[in-house]
Design a protein around this ligand. Structure first.
Ligand code: HDE
Length: 710
């Protein structure tokens, strides 16, 4: 029995079962369940005559279609969701009474929706943007929504400014251009006039805003919440998700090209990983600060433009979330899911973080319009897994049929039920925080330092991360047409780093930055903010193997076996999809050809030796494949004659001379010649692949691939 309570992982799935419908094998009917004889021809007066208004089959089909769309989310419109389970590692009963955080091993079903913020529903996945990371925990005490982002801070300190920041970054209103990007005047106009944006803009210009995969990004609750324990003791808390695969990003050029080659790149990546059983995993962590320590820091712990450096306030890892099931229906689940930071459970509470306070109002408000009325919590994906009893009634799309005549409280006719309960019996009670203040429209002085943490972020980055930040400013702020604004961007970011601003000025055609004007404090670097310090694994990476007639079967097979054993996904790629004759083995049907795939879709490429290399060298698409992999800093491997292909590309001069004894590795390029132990080569290739990218190689924009210049 106790074991049953611990494992609620399937409870949401079982609940959804009641709503799932498989039409396979069914007879076509109307929504009234009347069987349909013909769904291809309207009812008309004579085969060439007018269509009749009485045709209810036609009317129903068209009317439903006409109303298939609902308003997209005003922000975070483009997203992708998946089901999963959260498992607790250790009891948090010392800190919170939240039921799902009590017993080690306890499992809670979850639904997660990842998103971009700015783009509309049909925009591309790989744009430079913040990513939403929203999780609904279906707990035994009701739904707890952790509606976070992949960046730990936010642009503004007060929610009343949210419409302003969003209007500035969305496409400009007169012509609705540009889509899904900050690279235009209105955004930077807002930034230079709103210094509190500085820290978040630094993160937005960093590689964090170009994730390689939803599986490889951190999540942050951003706002400060509270944990409350059974004794009523409160602690401030921030929530974190840490991906097991580490935090990794795309190159700028790669991300921009991917937007065209595969606008669904992140969706597809997540969908395929789950279908393949490569379930994405994220550890759940909390940072906690005692109420007595509220004022012990150089920053205000309620200010959402500040993070709590992990070196000062360690992240305590308390559980793990595994995403293990794709949705059955995108609209019913991912589009209709409604998250809200106000959805909390006993043991978790809000703080006076002014951004959080405003968010508590906005989500439900926007959902009333988006989901058509006050009953959206009855939509299957939004329903709690525990019963709901109250006196709320009626409204658009009400599903529940309440029996009885009592819909008010207090009452005698139903013995005062449904009845409120005490906190001891699991009732939610707000932390009895003392508030003694004057009503005022003003910001706390403790929120006025906008640059110290922005500088800390910059100072904590590795050299290649800094280089990418400069390149990002170059593209994003360098796209601003108004030169006065551009100069103001340069001058503003001199408050973060004069070195950064000087590099920006050179690239953006501006004057050297004005001396910093803001007062800052020097904070020690925080290694935790740098992606260079995160785990990096080969597992679930994707590799292309270039083949043609004459490819060495032994080398090909050795690599395929090694990649499979390391959990690396691979595809063979050739000029066409006609089976390829191998040297010394059976024919192989290529998984993809140069037209149906792109080097952008792979983390690495391997070129086995064999008699096929002259054919590959003569094929522009094959050379271009290697060039793109090279310029996007990806792992490249070649054995025997395969090395000749590398030397016929931009890699020439950087390719390590292959040795017959052991593989040679240089800047992520691995070569080997007639190796008796092919496993040795594969091991080196895979360990280079695990490094994600070899950024020291980037800087030269990759040439655009042409497909058929033989
Ligand atoms: Fe949101 N945000 N937000 N936000 N937000 C919405 O709610 C809002 C903020 C976040 O996958 C909207 O249902 C205000 C911070 C995510 O469905 C809206 C402020 C963080 C999602 C809204 C913020 C977020 C939203 C639009 C105060 C990270 C997508 C559609 C400045 C902690 C959830 C909707 C999903 C969505 C308001 C700031 C995360 C308009 C007023 C900070 C992940 O209600």
């Amino acid at each position: 029995m106790a074991g049953d309570c611990l494992d609620n992982s399937m409870k949401k799935d079982e609940q959804l079962n009641a709503y799932r419908q498989d039409n396979t094998g069914g007879v076509l009917t109307t929504n009234n369940a009347v069987k349909v004889t013909d769904t291809d021809n309207s009812l008309r007066a004579g085969v060439r005559g007018p269509t009749l208004l009485e045709d209810f089959l036609f009317r129903e089909k068209i009317t439903h279609f006409d109303h298939e769309r609902i308003p997209e989310r005003v922000v975070h419109a483009r997203g992708f969701g998946a089901h999963g389970v959260f498992e607790l590692y250790e009891s948090m009963s010392e800190y919170t009474t939240a039921g799902f955080l009590q017993t080690p091993g306890q499992k809670t079903p979850v639904f997660v929706r990842f998103s971009t913020v700015v783009g509309s529903r049909g925009s591309a996945d790989t744009v430079r943007d913040v990513r939403g990371f929203a999780t609904k925990f279906y707990t035994e005490e009701g739904n707890f929504d952790l509606v976070g982002n992949n960046i730990p801070v936010f642009f503004i300190q007060d929610a009343i400014k949210f419409p302003d920041v969003v209007h500035s970054i969305k496409p400009e209103p007169h012509n609705e251009i540009p889509q899904a990007t900050a690279a235009h005047d209105t955004f930077w106009d807002f930034v230079v006039n709103t210094p509190e944006t500085a820290h978040m803009v630094m993160w937005l210009m960093s590689d964090r805003a170009l994730p390689r995969s939803y599986r490889m990004m951190e999540g942050f609750g951003v706002n400060t919440f509270r944990f409350i324990n059974a004794q009523g003791t409160a602690r401030f808390v921030k929530f974190h998700w840490k991906p097991i695969l580490g935090v990794h990003s795309l190159a700028i050029d790669e991300a921009q090209k991917l937007s065209g080659k595969d606008p669904d790149y992140h969706r597809r990546d997540l969908w395929e990983a789950i279908e393949q059983g490569n379930y994405p995993e994220y550890e759940f962590g909390v940072q906690m600060i005692d109420e007595q320590q509220e004022f012990d820091f150089d920053f205000d712990i309620l200010d959402p433009t500040k993070l709590w450096p992990e070196e000062l306030v360690p992240v305590k890892i308390i559980g793990k979330m595994t995403l293990n099931k794709n949705v059955d229906n995108f609209f019913a689940e991912t589009e209709q899911v409604a998250f809200c930071p106000a959805n909390i459970v006993p043991g978790i509470d809000f703080s006076n973080d002014p951004l959080l306070q405003g968010r508590l109002f906005s989500y439900e408000d926007t959902q009333l319009t988006r989901l058509g009325g006050p009953n959206f919590r009855e939509i299957p994906i939004n329903r709690p897994v525990v019963p709901v009893h109250n006196n709320q009634r009626d409204g658009m799309h009400r599903m529940t049929i309440h029996t009885g005549r009592v819909s008010y409280f207090p009452n005698s006719l139903a013995q005062n039920s449904p009845t409120p309960t005490s906190q001891e019996n699991g009732g939610y009670a707000r932390y009895t925080e003392k508030v003694d203040a004057h009503i005022i429209r003003a910001r706390s002085e403790s929120f006025s330092d906008h640059y110290s943490q922005a500088a800390m972020f910059w100072n904590s980055l590795s050299p290649w991360e800094k280089k990418h930040v400069v390149e990002a400013f170059h593209y994003e702020a360098g796209s601003v047409k108004d030169m006065t604004l551009r100069q103001r961007v340069v001058d503003m970011f001199a408050n973060v780093s004069v070195d950064l601003a000087t590099q920006m000025a050179e690239k953006m055609g501006c004057q050297p930055p004005a001396p910093p004007s803001a007062k800052t404090i020097v904070m020690p670097p925080s290694p935790a903010v740098s992606q260079a310090n995160k785990p990096s694994l080969a597992k679930t990476r994707k590799v292309a193997i270039l083949i043609e007639n004459g490819v060495c079967a032994q080398s090909l097979q050795a690599m395929i076996t090694a990649l499979g054993a390391a959990g690396v996904v691979y595809e063979t790629v050739a000029a066409t999809q006609t089976p390829v004759q191998t040297k010394g083995g059976a024919p192989v049907t290529p998984d993809k050809d140069f037209t149906t795939t792109s080097p952008l879709f792979y983390d690495g490429v391997y070129v086995p030796g064999g008699d096929h290399i002259p054919a590959l060298i003569s094929h522009y698409a094959a050379r271009s494949f290697i060039n793109e992999q090279f310029h996007h800093a990806k792992t490249i491997g070649a054995t025997d004659e395969g090395v000749d292909l590398l030397n016929a590309t931009d890699c020439a001069g950087v390719v390590p001379a292959p040795s017959s004894g052991a593989p040679v590795v240089q800047s992520g390029i691995v070569t080997g010649q007639s190796l008796p132990d092919k496993q040795l080569f594969c091991t080196d290739f895979i360990s280079e692949l695990a490094k994600h990218r070899h950024w020291e190689r980037t800087g030269i924009p990759a040439p655009a691939p042409a497909l058929s210049q033989a």
